[in-house]
Design a protein. Sequence first.
Length: 277
Amino acid sequence: MRTVPRVACINDLSGFGRCSLTTALPVLSVMGVQVCPAPTAVLSMHTGFPQYTFLDLTDSLPDYFDSWARLDFDWIYSGFLGSLGQIDIVKRFFRAQKAKNPHCRILLDPVMGDEGRRYSTYTLELCDAMRELVAEADVITPNITEACLLTGSLYCGECLHDAEAVKLAGELMQLGCSAAVITGIVQENCIGNLTYIGGKAQYSAVHRTECLFSGTGDLFASVLCGALARGEQLADAVAIAGRFVSEATQYTLHMNTPAEEGVVFEPLLAGLGGYVK
Ligand code: PXL
């Protein structure tokens, strides 16, 4: 392993709202990981705001990845994609990197929606095509909405019993990934993540805050990626990410900021920096 692991982060840059690259860059850096962004789109704010600008960067991506052809990465972390055409481009990048370095691992956050709804830029075709990327991934981190979209299951809310969550994870595995982490599963006054790997499921939960902030999935996946890149086992990395998101959402609740402004994680980043294996 490199002293400073190298991660390619394929995600959008949203100018306001704490999500995607504005979350991944500081989190991975403070965890001692070199993060190399490949922007899929530039937005003035994330799509949860009533108005935003959206610059689709699909046409620039093939050359962008070509110019990286001589680089190799320890992990590829893929998040928000800006168009249907990006699926194929990203798939080719995954394959080229795996061919170059068999130890390269892929963390795919299939960012598509939340609370039973698709994000406004996510067409059904894009959701369908996302299954092709899941087949290439080592680890996927869908929330329940995304897990339902990927498996064609009916969304019945954020509460899932153990047996229902394990069944959903099993269906995700049939899409061809090596491990699945279903995020944001509510059970009584806890919220947790189900890790499914090697035929075994493990649910790790933390106390739940009453408010849903945007960008929690990006924060979770970014910390998870940092911990994995630093060599943690998947279940341990999930526990670390879950604890950090819980700490940050409790802090945000205390700060009383608008939910669409995301999780106020900046004052807590230094604590995450103490985490170096
Ligand atoms: O947090 C996921 C996300 C990422 N990127 C963009 C978004 C969202 C959620 O709304 O709009 C642009």
